[in-house]
Design a protein around this ligand. Structure first.
Ligand SMILES: O=C(O)/C=C/C(=O)CC(=O)CC(=O)O
Ligand code: CA
Ligand code: MG
Length: 421
């Protein structure tokens, strides 16, 4: 598919993240005005509430934009999703009859603050990156052997919806309980091994009933769109607490997402197969269409002392072993009801080369191999004041589908309030 031309000129540049082909969904505010839903087009945002009030977005019976998040659109269902996208494409396309009225609903993105694009109902995180799982095995258990279930089940754990924040929100270094391998007693204090996990988040847009299995086709139809997701991880807290029930506090202090929901429709030209299966999957997990997408991913790290960010990893979403549709199917098949606004983290995405590792745990091999940033500083894990940014681009024929950065700065831990002299 070629670039679709818009009358918003900035949207027509081959490397602009928000061409007419994209139309990602966010929530923005200007000054102290109330947040509202918007669609990114070039350097502008279409104010959906204003556009709806002007009669430009009448795609259903009921108002869709009387709330400052996209859950209402999700709940209206796939027919409305398609009608809305078609209408947005029509009014923003070069030569649109409604250009003048749509132009009156545009604001400059540079002057807007971006908010959470949707209310997260529940959050689940998976472990679907094979290279990541093998690296974690090598680092923590002395060999790259996968857990015995790994090639059969998209492994996951139920996370905390309350941990999910929009890009730009600072993240406080957590306090917690840890135990060094040679220590006799655990201790309490600031996390010393603060890490990121490069992930994509799939957003469930339609519900499925508790107790009712779904196929991978149904699961794919239920997905509304995707965001970048950073599953901030306190490795020392996680390492002590997570046997045998899985991650708990080590992953509950912050999960950042990028501000724009990129719809499944926008990603359609980039669909790509999951890698070949090492073990045949049980029939309920088989897919009839490619479930991953060719999306280039980057991790950047920037200490406070410099205005230069270093690219510390570059990889691709298609490195995963399981698709979001397979994960959602597995999630629901045992009887778990899913709702609009549920967020599924893909699991950390790493490729085979060191430059493709999606966590600092892997990049520094558990702190044993420091790496150097462009400023000359070295790092193993994240230090206070460091900003970590995830970036994603899908490269089309003369256009780019971007997600908007997923960034967060680490603030120093609070003083331990429990120390008594
Ligand atoms: O293998 C381990 O012991 C630990 C693995 C992780 O921490 C990975 C995780 O949280 C899931 C993921 O994002 O891939
Ligand atoms: Ca994770
Ligand atoms: Mg809930």
């Amino acid at each position: 598919m070629p670039l679709l031309k818009s009358w918003v000129e900035t949207a027509n540049a081959a490397d602009h993240p928000f061409p007419l082909n994209n139309l990602p969904y966010g929530v923005f505010s200007i000054g102290d005005r109330e947040p509202r839903c918007g669609v990114a087009i070039g350097d502008m945002i279409l104010d959906c509430q204003a556009a709806e009030a002007a009669g430009l977005l009448a795609v259903g019976e009921n108002a869709l934009f009387d709330m400052p998040f996209w859950n209402g659109v999700m709940e209206a269902g796939p027919q409305t999703w398609a009608a809305l996208r078609a209408r947005l494409t029509e009014i923003l396309a070069a030569g649109a009859a409604d250009q003048a009225s749509a132009e009156a609903c545009l604001v400059t993105a540079a002057g807007a603050t971006l908010h959470m694009p949707f209310q997260v109902d529940e959050y689940t995180d998976f472990y679907a990156g094979r290279q990541h799982a093998e690296n974690m095995g090598s680092i923590l258990r002395g060999g790259p052997e996968l857990p015995p279930n790994w090639l059969h089940i998209p492994i996951g754990y139920n996370g905390r919806a309350s941990s999910v924040v929009v890009s730009g929100t600072p993240i406080r270094r957590p306090l917690g309980q840890t135990k060094a391998p040679d220590a006799t007693m655990p201790s309490f204090g600031p996390c010393k091994r603060l890490d990121i996990e490069l992930e994509m988040g799939a957003i469930v847009g339609t519900a499925c009933e508790m107790g009712a299995p779904i196929t991978t086709e149904q699961a794919d139809d239920m997905i509304f769109g995707y965001v970048l997701l950073n599953d901030w991880s306190a490795r020392d807290i996680q390492g002590w607490e997570y046997q045998p029930l899985g991650p708990f506090q080590g992953k509950a202090f912050g999960t950042s997402i990028s501000p724009w929901i990129v719809t499944k429709d926008a990603l359609e030209p980039f669909r790509t197969e999951v890698p070949p299966r090492t073990e045949e999957l049980l029939p309920y997990l088989s897919e009839s269409k490619p479930g991953l997408y060719d999306i280039e991913l980057q991790v950047l790290m920037q200490p406070k002392s410099t205005d230069q960010a270093s690219v510390v990893a570059t990889t691709n979403y298609s490195r995963l072993y399981y698709s979001a549709a397979q994960q959602l199917t597995h999630h629901a098949v045992g009887g778990c009801g899913m709702n609009a606004g549920d967020l599924l983290g893909s699991g950390t995405i790493s490729g085979p080369k060191k430059s493709e590792f999606g966590s600092l745990m892997e990049l520094s091999w558990a702190g044993r191999k420091p790496f150097t940033l462009v400023s000359g500083e070295t790092r193993t894990f994240i230090e206070d004041g460091d900003t970590m940014t995830l970036r994603a681009n899908a490269k089309g024929d003369g256009f780019t589908i971007g997600f908007g950065d997923c960034a967060g700065e680490i603030l120093p831990a609070l003083d331990d309030p429990f120390t008594r002299n």
